[in-house]
Design a protein around this ligand. Structure first.
Ligand SMILES: C[S@@+](CC[C@H](N)C(=O)[O-])C[C@H]1O[C@@H](n2cnc3c(N)ncnc32)[C@H](O)[C@@H]1O
Length: 308
């Protein structure tokens, strides 16, 4: 435990997570005038700190994250402010149960900032990065049972191909799945760099001309499958919409088309039922100022809606 805390303290100093589209979030979610704010992806608390700067003294911030390690960091940050807050380790797909336990039946804001934090991405031990040698893990919640190792070494070729195609939209899904299954017969694929090598060996040389690293889509696909991200997203935003107070707002920042599609369709469905009013006809993207500050925001898309 002490070792974990020491490691956390060192990393806290090193890792900064830019609060993507924080100006837009503050404005479009009308944070200043809202009382109960639920941040479903507290991460490293960067949005939380921006929220803490402007909320009213009687407002209440609730931060949820699957990752206990990062919640400790948020706790350290927020105790230095004077806002009223609670932090809960949990899946945002259980947001109804989480709020019920806190005695809350309705909230005025729900924020989702999807994906992983810089803390998770830059720690080789978490296995999210194809650039750094680490175990093939990719679990956001380190208490969950299935890791990327389990999927890569146990699923059938067909199942792997499906994951790569569905969650990575990977053109070479079949080739990669085939080579992976051949290679794992020799020895289990247990590290990130070992997997990257296998992926590269399965792809034609032309992929090196791509703007993104050729392993990006396969890693994304595995991460989505390990953490069941898309199911959680659909359940999470549907529940959040139901829990919103009248006039309350929901904002979702997504980073790839699979996520954005779910947000767009779910908002549309609730809008057509007269439950929600979409405030962003097209998704908001980061402005020039933000891209200078943080180029990693470039794929972010923000959609906001208001409960009727
Ligand atoms: C991009 S980061 C959020 C960063 C945060 N907004 C900040 O400003 O520091 C995404 C976070 O969401 C968490 N997360 C992803 N899916 C989740 C889920 N289904 N339930 C709870 N937390 C989730 C991840 O563990 C990660 O910490």
């Amino acid at each position: 435990m002490n070792q974990l805390l020491d490691r956390n303290e060192t990393k806290m100093k090193e890792v900064f997570h830019y609060p993507v589209m924080h100006r837009e979030i503050i404005e479009l979610l009308d944070i200043k005038n809202k009382k109960i704010i639920v941040d479903c992806t507290a991460g490293l608390g960067s949005h939380a700190l921006k929220i803490a700067e402007i909320i009213q003294p009687d407002s209440y911030y609730i931060g949820i994250d699957k990752d206990e390690e990062t919640l400790k960091i948020v706790n350290d940050k927020l105790t230095k402010t004077n806002i009223k807050f609670s932090l809960v380790k949990g899946n945002f797909s259980d947001v109804d149960g989480i709020l019920k336990k806190l005695g809350i039946s309705k909230a005025d804001v729900f924020l989702f900032d999807l994906g992983i934090s810089m803390y998770q991405l830059t720690d080789p031990e978490r296995g999210f990065s194809f650039m750094k040698e680490g175990p093939l893990d990719m679990r956001m919640d380190r208490e969950s049972f299935i890791s990327a190792y389990d999927l890569v070494n146990n699923l059938s070729e067909f199942e792997l191909e499906n994951i790569f195609r569905k969650f990575g939209e990977e053109k070479y899904a079949r080739r990669v799945a085939h080579v992976l299954v051949e290679k794992r017969r020799e020895e289990p694929i247990s590290s990130t760099t070992q997997l990257t090598k296998v992926i590269l060996s399965a792809m034609p040389h032309t992929v090196f001309k791509y703007k993104i690293h050729p392993a990006t889509r396969i890693f994304q696909a595995l991460r989505i499958a390990v953490n069941r991200e898309l199911e959680a997203l659909k359940a999470g935003i549907e529940k959040a919409i139901n829990l919103l107070s009248s006039g309350g707002r929901i904002g979702v920042i997504s980073f790839h088309s699979l996520e954005d599609r779910i947000v767009k369709h779910t908002f549309k469905e609730f809008d057509s039922r007269g439950i929600l009013k979409i405030l962003t006809k097209k998704p908001i993207t980061p402005g020039k100022e933000e891209l200078v500050e943080n180029i990693a925001s470039r794929s972010g898309k923000l959609r906001v809606a208001e409960k009727i």
